[in-house]
Design a protein around this ligand. Structure first.
Ligand SMILES: [Zn+2]
Length: 678
C-alpha cells in the first residue's frame, strides 16, 4: 500500500501540499481520520475536569481539526479548479458527512456549556481585544448554529445542515456539467464580426476538444461574453444566449430547479427554528447591514437611477441597431453587441484595438507592482515546486525586509473540470498561535488562453479583484486561524478586493503595463483617455443586471411559502414586479446562481458586492483627494485593514482608515448614476 501524504509531516518548501504525490484515493481515509481526530480533540476539551479557561477551551478549539483542515483545503480547492468524476463522487459522499461532523461540534452541549460560561464572565477574564472578539464570535456562531435549541430541534437542525450540504454539491456539479457538455461548433462562415483574439481562442478551444479545422465557443463567461459582444450573427448570438441562460434548467436528472425549492425551503425552516421570520432575517442579523430593510434600501437607491440610465443607453443602442438594419426590438442577446457598436461610435473605442494592450503576464506584473508600492511586498516566481496542473504558477511573497510572507498560486485559464468564474481561496491560513504559520493563497480565473493571452479591461479588473482577496489573505497578521485574512463578515469581504481594482485603472499603472503585445509600445495617451472616459459607459446595464439578481436573492430568501415555490414563475413575477427591463438579462438566473445555491455563503448575501462598493468607492476617493494613488500614509492605513482579519469590527477599521463613515455619493458617481435623494 502506498503512503498517504496526508498522514505525513509535509517537508515540502513553505508547507505547500505535495501535489505530485496526492491521489484521489488518499482523500477518503484522510477525511475519515481527520474527522475522528477532531472528534477526539473535542472530547478531550469537554471531558476535562478542569474549569473552562480561554486557553483550555477556546484556544484548544482553535488547535483542533488540523488534519481535517489540511485535507479539506486541498480537496475543495482541487475539486473547484481541477475536478474529475472521482473527485466529484468523493465530494458527493463527504459533503454531508462533513456537515454532520461540523454540526456535531456546533451542537455539542458540553462544549457550549464551557463556552457559555466563559462568555458570561468574559469581562473578568483579562482577555486581549482579539481574544475577547474570538470568544464572542465563537459563542455567537454556536448560538446561530442552534446551541440553545431543544434536543429534538437540534436533531432537525443537524439533519437540515447535512441535506443542504448534499444539495449544494449537486447544484454546483449540475452547472459544471451543463457548461462542460455544451459547445457551439462554428465553421469559418460563422465567425463574422469576431476579432482575432476571439477567433484564436475559439480555435484553441476546438483543438482542446479534438475538433480540427473548426471553432468552438463554450459557456465559460470568458468565451460567451466576447461572442455576444462581437458576433454579427444574430441567430448564433441567440443560440448561445439561450444555452447560457438555460444552464441548470434542463428537465432530467441534472435539473437544478427542484433543488432550489428544497434548498430555500430547508433554509427557511432552519431560520424559523432559530427564531427568525425567514432566512434573510437570520443571515443578515450577523452582517454589517443587519436587516433586510437596510439591504433593500441600498439596492433600491441604485435600482431606479440604474434603470433610468439603462433606458438612455437603450435609446443609443437602438439608433445603432436601426442604422444596421435591425427593425425588431433589442433582445438580451443583442445588448452587448450593439453596446459595443455605441462604444466604438461614441468613444472611438474598439475592444479589438484595446485588448492587444492588455497582456495577461503584464497585468499580473502590474498587480504585483501595485502591491509592492502600496504594501511593500514583492513576488518572486518559483518554478521548482510541484503544482496540480501545468497551468498553475507559484510565487514566493516577501516583505520589504526580505522576510517570507507566504505563497501565491495563480491558476488563470479556463479548462474542462474547472468551475466557471473567478475566485480566491487558501490552502493554508496565516496564524501565530503556536509559532508563525504563513499563508498559501490561490487565485483562479477563467481566461481563454491565447498566444499571448490578451485580456479585456473587465478581465484585468477581475484579475485585480481576486488579487485583492489574495492580499487580504497574504497580509493577514493575526494570532488565531479563525480570524485570519478573509474570515470577516460577508458584506465586508469584498472591500479589500474591490478597492484594489482601482489601481488597475490608474493612469500610472496603464501607462507602464498596458503595452502592445507585438510592438511593446505603451497604450497611446488618446486611447487611454478614451478608455477612462468610457468607464461609466453601459453602467446602467451592468447595474441593472447585477441589482436585479441581488433583489431576487433577497426576495427568494424572504419567500413566505417556499415549499410550493415554482422558481420559473417566481422569477417571472418578481422581475415583472420590479420592472426588470426585458432586454437585459439577470447576471445570474436562479438555476445557475452558484453564489446562492452551490454553497450557502452568499445566500441572502449577493448584495454584499454593492454594500462593499459603497465603502470601496468612498475609500478610494481618499486617495484621489490626496492627489496620489500611492499616498504612503493612506496606504499604511489601508494595509491595517488587510492585516486585521476579523480581529476588529469592520466599521471601526473603516473609520480609522477614512477618518469618517462612508457615504454613497462616490458609488453613484463611479457608476455614472444620478443621485436620488429621498
Ligand atoms: Zn470577490
Amino acid at each position: 500500500m502506498t503512503e498517504n501524504p496526508f498522514f505525513e509531516t509535509w517537508i515540502t518548501p513553505f508547507g505547500l501540499p505535495p501535489f505530485d504525490r496526492i491521489r484521489p484515493e488518499h482523500f477518503p481515509p484522510a477525511f475519515d481520520r481527520g474527522i475522528a481526530e477532531q472528534s477526539a480533540e473535542i472530547a478531550a476539551i469537554t471531558g476535562s475536569a478542569v474549569a473552562p479557561t480561554f486557553a483550555n477551551t477556546i484556544e484548544a478549539l482553535e488547535r483542533s481539526g488540523r488534519l481535517l483542515d489540511r485535507v479539506s483545503r486541498v480537496f475543495f480547492n482541487l475539486d473547484a479548479s481541477n475536478t474529475n468524476e472521482t473527485l466529484e463522487a468523493i465530494a458527493r459522499d463527504y459533503a454531508p458527512k462533513l456537515a454532520q461532523h461540523r454540526m456535531r461540534i456546533a451542537l455539542d452541549e458540553d462544549l457550549f456549556a464551557r463556552i457559555a460560561e466563559l462568555h458570561a464572565g468574559r469581562a473578568t477574564l483579562g482577555l486581549a481585544g482579539d481574544q475577547l472578539r474570538l470568544l464572542e464570535r465563537q459563542h455567537l456562531r454556536l448560538v446561530r448554529s442552534g446551541a440553545l435549541l431543544r434536543p429534538e430541534q437540534k436533531v432537525r437542525t443537524a439533519a437540515i445542515a447535512e441535506r443542504l450540504a448534499a444539495l449544494h454539491t449537486l447544484f454546483g456539479q449540475n452547472v459544471l456539467h451543463d457548461e462542460r457538455d455544451w459547445q457551439l461548433v462554428l465553421d469559418e462562415a460563422d465567425l463574422d464580426g469576431l476579432p482575432d483574439f476571439a477567433r484564436v481562442a475559439a480555435g484553441q478551444a476546438a483543438k482542446e476538444r479534438g475538433i480540427e479545422g473548426r471553432w468552438v465557443v463554450t459557456l465559460a463567461r470568458s468565451a460567451a461574453e466576447p461572442f455576444l459582444t462581437f458576433s454579427s450573427r444574430r441567430d448564433l448570438r441567440r443560440t448561445l444566449w439561450q444555452a447560457w441562460t438555460a444552464r441548470g434548467a434542463h428537465d432530467g436528472s441534472r435539473d437544478n430547479r427542484p433543488l432550489i425549492r428544497e434548498i430555500v425551503t430547508l433554509r427557511a425552516e432552519q431560520a424559523r427554528l432559530l427564531g427568525y421570520d425567514n432566512f434573510a432575517a437570520y443571515r443578515l442579523d450577523d452582517s454589517m447591514a443587519k436587516t433586510a430593510a437596510a439591504v433593500e434600501r441600498l439596492l433600491l437607491q441604485v435600482w431606479e437611477p440604474a434603470k433610468d440610465k439603462a433606458g438612455e443607453e437603450k435609446a443609443r443602442l437602438e439608433a445603432v441597431a436601426r442604422a444596421e438594419g435591425l427593425n425588431e426590438p433589442i433582445e438580451p442577446w443583442d445588448w452587448r453587441y450593439y453596446a459595443e457598436g455605441v462604444r466604438q461610435a461614441e468613444y472611438d473605442l474598439d475592444e479589438a484595438v484595446v485588448k492587444p494592450y492588455f497582456v495577461l503576464d503584464n497585468m499580473v506584473q502590474a498587480a504585483f507592482d501595485t502591491a509592492r508600492r502600496l504594501f511593500g511586498v514583492t513576488f518572486t516566481e518559483r518554478d521548482d515546486l510541484p503544482v496540480y496542473h501545468p497551468d498553475v504558477r507559484i510565487w514566493e511573497v516577501r516583505d520589504s525586509a526580505g522576510e517570507h510572507v507566504g505563497m501565491f498560486l495563480h491558476d488563470n485559464f479556463a479548462r474542462p473540470g474547472k468551475r466557471s468564474g473567478a475566485w480566491s481561496s487558501r490552502y493554508r491560513d496565516q496564524e501565530t498561535l503556536d509559532g508563525a504559520v504563513t499563508p498559501i493563497v490561490v487565485n483562479n480565473n477563467n481566461f481563454t488562453r491565447g498566444e499571448p493571452t490578451l485580456l479585456s479591461f473587465d478581465d484585468a479588473e477581475t484579475l485585480f479583484h481576486e488579487f485583492g482577496h489574495g492580499l487580504h489573505g497574504l497580509l493577514s497578521r493575526v494570532r488565531y486561524r479563525s480570524q485570519s485574512g478573509t474570515a470577516v463578515r460577508q458584506d465586508f469581504v469584498e472591500f479589500p478586493s474591490q478597492i484594489f481594482e482601482h489601481w488597475m485603472a490608474a493612469p500610472e499603472t496603464l501607462r507602464r503595463y498596458a503595452c502592445h503585445y507585438q510592438s511593446g509600445e505603451p497604450i497611446p495617451e488618446h486611447l487611454l483617455r478614451r478608455l477612462l472616459a468610457a468607464r461609466t459607459f453601459n453602467q446602467g446595464f451592468a447595474t441593472v443586471e447585477y441589482t436585479g439578481s441581488a433583489l431576487l436573492d433577497l426576495e427568494l430568501h424572504r419567500e413566505p411559502s417556499p415549499e410550493t415555490l415554482d422558481i420559473a414563475e417566481f422569477e417571472r413575477e418578481w422581475l415583472d414586479r420590479i420592472g426588470m427591463p426585458q432586454e437585459i438579462g439577470l447576471r445570474h438566473r436562479p438555476a445557475h446562481f452558484q453564489h446562492l445555491f452551490a454553497g450557502g455563503g452568499y445566500a441572502a448575501g449577493y448584495y454584499a458586492y454593492l454594500w462593499a462598493e459603497v465603502l470601496e468607492a468612498d475609500g478610494f476617493a481618499a486617495f484621489t483627494e490626496a492627489g496620489n494613488v500611492f499616498d504612503p500614509e493612506l496606504a499604511a492605513r489601508l494595509k491595517a485593514i488587510y492585516s486585521a482579519g476579523d480581529t476588529r469590527d469592520p466599521m471601526d477599521l473603516y473609520r480609522e482608515f477614512r477618518g469618517r463613515e462612508p457615504t454613497i455619493d462616490a458609488l453613484l458617481d463611479q457608476r455614472g448614476l444620478k443621485v436620488l435623494r429621498p
